[in-house]
Design a protein around this ligand. Structure first.
Ligand code: BTN
Length: 253
């Protein structure tokens, strides 16, 4: 994986000691109607945001960054970036664990990265349209050295360090992630092909083919996780009549 600063040719880079949320900073830049893609990182965040309206506790020692894509064709495509970015985080982590088959990386629908069935990273993709110009923000939080203590969850959090991955230089880690993203994004801009991203994601999918439970707005359903739809929807097959249900969001356990 390329650990150079090659990506700086394509992205402006803003790094904060601390900020509210790198996703919010990306939105502030979008409001200035910028012409360049940006990467915004912070050593800590005071109002880090997670998916489903949750907080993302963001103390120093972990990686917090957002990629701002300007002049984006169509925000209907934005959900694919959760899957593309999850593939990228997994590929880069593969680099760090080469030869250690005790560490298992899995991707949990829709936006989590698991190591040994514990959550070590999450992705929050958001978008905004200003004066008919679309902006997509891909926020990534990776528990490099520590993880928050959360109330009992089906999937507990962990950190790379705790799972045996030592990141001695976070800038090199970030370089690898953005270089890889830049290449994948360029490929996608040419072919708009979600199929290959989807299949690659599915090759590491947590609980694919197993019985899963999806909680959506307090309503639970159990069925078999059969795959992903054309926009990344989860395909569930119900056990009693074999009917297929597509989930655009929800909590998978
Ligand atoms: C999740 O809930 O799993 C998604 C977490 C996303 C956290 C990242 S940290 C960088 C960026 N800024 C934020 O406020 N959130 C995202």
């Amino acid at each position: 994986m390329d650990s150079s600063f090659e990506w700086l040719k394509a992205y402006n880079f803003i790094s904060f000691e601390t900020t509210t949320s790198t996703n919010d900073q990306a939105f502030n830049l979008a409001k200035e109607e910028l012409l360049h893609n940006h990467v915004i990182s912070a050593k800590s965040q005071s109002s880090g945001r997670g998916s489903k309206g949750r907080k993302w506790i963001s103390e120093e020692g972990n990686l917090y960054f957002s990629i701002l894509l300007v002049r984006f064709d169509d925000i209907a495509y934005s959900p694919i970036f959760s899957f593309m970015m999850a593939n990228i985080v997994a590929d880069v982590l593969d680099d760090y664990i080469a030869g250690n088959d005790k560490i298992i990386i899995e991707l949990k629908w829709p936006n989590d990265i698991l190591l040994n069935q514990k959550k070590i990273a999450g992705i929050l993709v958001e978008s905004i349209t200003i004066s008919e110009i679309n902006y997509v923000v891909i926020g990534v939080g990776i528990n490099v050295n520590h993880h928050p203590i959360l109330e009992e969850r089906h999937i507990m959090p962990s950190s790379l360090l705790k799972e045996g991955i030592i990141i001695s230089d976070t800038q090199i880690f970030l370089n690898k992630l953005i270089n890889h993203f830049d290449r994948q994004y360029k490929i996608w801009q040419q072919n708009k092909n979600f199929e290959s991203i989807k299949n690659y994601w599915l090759s590491r999918a947590y609980k694919l083919g197993d019985e899963v439970n999806i909680n959506l707005a307090g309503k639970n359903r159990t069925g078999i996780f059969r795959g992903l739809g054309i926009d990344g929807q989860l395909i569930m097959q119900l056990p009693n009549n074999g009917d297929i249900i597509y989930y655009y969001s929800g909590e998978l356990t």
